[in-house]
Design a protein around this ligand. Sequence first.
Ligand code: ADP
Length: 163
Amino acid sequence: MRIGIYPGSFDPVTLGHLDIIIRSARLVDQLIIGVLKNSSKSPLFTVEERVEFLKQVTLDIPNVTIESYHGLLVDFAQEKNANIIVRGLRAITDFEYELQLAQTNHKLNPNVDTMFLTTNVEYAYLSSSTVREIANYGGKIEQFVPSCIVQSVYDKYNKIRSV
Ligand code: ADP
């Protein structure tokens, strides 16, 4: 049984993430999306919110489950009996960081390999931070994130502004 983990911050999930989820779910028997809890960045959305968004957008993909994790990714992978880590590569700028991460994870646990999917060109420029920036200034994000979470992103900024 091939169990893969797709880890990330997903703050919030974008159409670029969703594309990687759909494509990698076809390559493994079970795909666990691991939402990082103790990111050094201070996230816009709580881990519970990020998990909930991912649950909504993957409702119709039967072999995908969502979980949060903290600590080392290789430990989470081991706990889940996963030996594949899925990562998306957008541009050459992602490569150096991702290579270092993949090699470190492999050193920490030689049973775990990282599988890279190159981004769909349509989403090559897209990141969660771009989405946050646009939404913060009231711009349109409909073409960047799954439709079911658009309003939640705007609501979050409205809530921040009202305190
Ligand atoms: P992290 O904080 O770990 O980089 P992200 O949530 O930003 O988490 O991204 C998780 C994974 O999704 C990473 O492998 C990243 O390269 C990939 N990714 C992010 N945006 C896109 C995109 N637009 N297309 C393809 N992959 C993407």
